[in-house]
Design a protein around this ligand. Structure first.
Ligand SMILES: [Zn+2]
Length: 194
């Protein structure tokens, strides 16, 4: 079984990837809520973004994850819908402006392989939620993996300092296991890098 606390790969620093558009739609409810659950970055986004964190919702729906933003408890930049949702196979939802630091990793979390052990990862990162129940039986769809990889490729073309793609579990191993052992990290990595 894969260990989600090991999920990490780094992007080639000297890449010259094309800037590609992303098949995203703004989720109006989340977008409106983002002002109350995200912070200003301390540097322009093009400089600031160094990390992308992969999460899974541990819930059944996009709406359920967005309700956490409406309550002002946490936030994330995109959500990848589940198999039984109408957007599945079509587009991901943009839920928070990239220029803002979403609240998706606890402030004290750090890993020596991520930005030399920096804390406050939210300031340096973009966060992606994938709708998945995280019960050990709910498998990610091929489209969810592909759509998540496309977000990484989009961001890698846009943010020159983006270096690390990492699981939430790696950054917060005592509290979090997402995206979970069922997430096909090797296939995902190959979709991004190959
Ligand atoms: Zn998470």
């Amino acid at each position: 079984m894969a260990d989600p606390t090991e999920f990490q790969f780094d992007l080639p620093p000297d890449r010259n990837w094309a800037r590609i558009p992303l098949a995203e739609e703004i989720h109006q409810t989340a977008w409106a809520a983002a002002g109350g659950c995200a912070s200003l970055r301390r540097a322009p986004q093009e400089e600031a973004v160094r990390v992308i964190v992969i999460h899974a919702t541990a819930g059944a729906s996009t709406a359920g994850a967005v309700s956490v933003m409406e309550e002002g408890r946490a936030s994330f930049h995109w959500i990848v819908p589940d198999k039984d949702e109408p957007a599945h196979g079509k587009h991901v939802w943009a839920t928070c402006p990239e220029r803002l630091a979403a609240w998706h990793v606890r402030k004290s979390c750090a890993h020596p392989d991520i930005c030399a052990g920096a804390t406050n990862i939210n300031r340096l990162s973009l966060g992606i939620e994938i709708v998945n129940r995280q019960n050990g039986r709910d498998l990610f769809s091929d489209w969810q993996i592909k759509a998540t990889a496309e977000i990484i490729r989009y961001a890698a073309g846009k943010y020159p300092n983006l270096a690390h793609v990492v699981s939430h579990a790696r950054l917060d191993p005592t509290r979090r296991t997402d995206p979970g052992a069922n997430f096909p990290w090797a296939d995902f990595r190959a979709l991004v890098l190959d």
